[in-house]
Design a binder for this molecule. Structure first.
Ligand code: DGL
Length: 262
């Protein structure tokens, strides 16, 4: 099965997008709710969590891992790739590729957690593909806690978003990368505040396409993972009421969250 992890429920936006595009491939999701948010932790701590999460998914039988967390991918991708032999896909590369293709004026905004923005991973990725493009990054450390709290429509969330997006508006960006898997849940609030002409890159959608094309080109693995009758499972390191509500909101159906000690 395909194993997916995030620091919390945000990565379920990725799980949902993969489920929609590849419904015959069961998923095992792990949300590290007990330790969220990752984005304000040090790289060493995030790496340690990412290794634990990967180990847990491998123990469940994962044969393909998707890091559905920008903070973990920007800090731990190479560590994980060097430590494990299973294929590991991440949310950042597909979003970088799409941003480089979509932007017409070469001015791209990126919003993410402190860890992701500090890593400079989006700037590096985009400049590798389009050296002349300008990337304007904005850390948004308050957004993950607001999403995990379920404050998806609150006045306070709108005010904070306006403040975070203001510097990017004055840069005349034509593309904005949602560099955190929690942010697709805030799209309805982001669109009017950044401007409707700005193209949003939703990494959950982009990584789902990357998974599909990986399966199409790795047919032996795809055959092994193909199991249309099998239900996906959702594990969390802490069981909160909000997590259950958010999971149901993301999937549009009740989701059973199973608590595990990882
Ligand atoms: N969804 C994670 C990401 O994509 C959130 C990180 C966090 O827990 O701060 O970065």
């Amino acid at each position: 099965m395909i194993g997916i992890f995030d620091s919390g429920v945000g990565g379920m936006t990725v799980a949902r997008a993969i489920e929609q595009l590849c419904p015959e491939y069961p998923l095992t999701y792990f949300g590290d709710i007990a330790r969220t948010p990752y984005g304000s932790k040090s790289p060493g701590t995030i790496k340690k969590y990412a290794i634990n999460n990967t180990r847990f998914l491998l123990e469940q039988g994962a044969e393909l891992i998707v890091i559905a967390c920008n903070s973990a991918a920007s800090t731990a991708l190479s560590t994980l790739k060097n430590s494990y032999s299973v294929p590991i896909l991440d949310v950042i590369n597909p979003a970088v590729n799409q941003a480089a293709v979509i932007s017409k004026n070469g001015k791209i905004g990126v919003i993410g957690t402190r860890a992701t923005i500090k890593s400079g991973i989006y700037e590096q990725g985009i400049s590798r593909q389009r050296a002349q493009y300008q990337v304007f990054s904005q850390p948004c450390p308050l957004l993950v806690p607001l999403v995990e709290e379920g404050w998806l429509k609150k006045r306070e969330t709108k005010m904070i978003l306006r403040r975070y997006l203001h510097p990017l508006r004055s840069r005349q960006i034509d593309t904005l990368v949602l560099g955190c898997t929690h942010y697709p849940l805030l799209k309805p609030l982001i669109v009017p505040r950044i401007g409707r002409r700005v193209h949003l890159i939703d990494s959950s959608v982009e990584v789902a396409h990357a998974v599909l094309s990986f399966l199409n080109t790795h047919t032996d693995l795809a055959e092994k993972l193909y199991n249309p009758g099998k239900e996906s499972r959702f594990f969390v390191s802490d069981l909160t009421e909000t997590a259950g509500h958010l999971a149901a909101h993301i999937f549009g159906r009740p989701i059973t969250l199973e608590k595990v000690n990882v």
